[in-house]
Design a protein. Structure first.
Length: 258
């Protein structure tokens, strides 16, 4: 499995910068988890192969460029962009984004080839297919309905915490999964902002480290994500100070393979 955290910004030479303002993970050039920088960072080749997007929750940094992506491809799509989400998230997207005010209801529109967007609902705890992947989603502890994910291609399995604070069902799912090769887990605010992190349902490095005690798997890669750009340097220092084996900060633009 190949995963890339799509960059949010680029420098003058077109290289990805470390700041992570938008969230979008590209898997095997075919599927994304969330869509924050989806329309901004894909190559022309990837635009032709990505047709499935899993949306964990409807916060703007996770969906910002989803409508732009569909809009860009509208006339050339020969199959719909499939948006996989819970019924609650689909309702939020329809109410707040694809509402004929912010953007058209693309799920109601067609080009000369047929529909351009399709919602594919999934339920908590039930395994479902997305392209070549098998996915299970469970609720996590965020301020809007949000899911964490376990995703497998039959050879590699990766867990995504999404945005969350202290949670239980996600760890139960991860721990009953026979093998997990990597965990992508958020750490949004530095330790001295623990109160804000709790109110907004995010981890600090310290609370993330406490949460990792619930993980029963050993020897997996742990990649921290969702570092707020204003505090990135402090977060990196605090994460390194934890000295957790195989824990790294996930770098935007870099490709990770398992």
């Amino acid at each position: 499995m190949k995963i890339q955290l799509l960059p949010s910004t680029f420098d003058g030479a077109g290289r990805a910068t470390p700041e992570q303002r938008l969230t979008c993970f590209l898997i095997d050039d075919r599927v994304t988890v969330d869509a924050g920088s989806l329309a901004l960072a894909l190559t022309d080749e990837q635009r032709e192969t990505v047709r499935d997007i899993i949306v964990t929750h409807p916060h703007m940094d996770h969906i910002a460029s989803l409508p732009i992506f569909i809009d860009d491809l509208f006339g050339t799509l020969t199959e719909p962009i499939r948006v996989h989400a819970t019924e609650e998230v689909i309702a939020a997207l329809e109410d707040d984004i694809f509402n004929w005010t912010v953007y058209p209801r693309f799920a109601e529109l067609k080009n000369e080839h047929g529909p351009v967007m399709q919602y594919v609902p999934f339920k908590h705890g039930e395994e479902f297919k997305v392209a070549h992947l098998t996915v299970t989603a469970v609720p996590v502890n965020h301020i809007v309905p949000t899911v964490g994910l376990v995703i497998s291609d039959a050879k590699t399995t990766v867990a995504f915490s999404s945005d969350t604070y202290q949670t239980e069902e996600f760890w139960e799912l991860v721990n009953r999964t026979q093998r997990v090769d990597a965990l992508l887990i958020e750490a949004s605010f530095p330790n001295d902002m623990a109160q804000l992190a709790e109110v907004s349902r995010h981890f600090t490095p310290a609370t993330m480290a406490e949460e990792l005690h619930k993980l029963n798997h050993n020897g997996l890669d742990i990649l921290t994500v969702h570092l707020k750009p204003a505090y990135r340097e402090r977060l990196v220092e605090e994460l390194h100070a934890l000295r957790i084996p195989r824990l790294r900060v996930m770098e935007p633009g870099q490709i990770y393979e398992w």
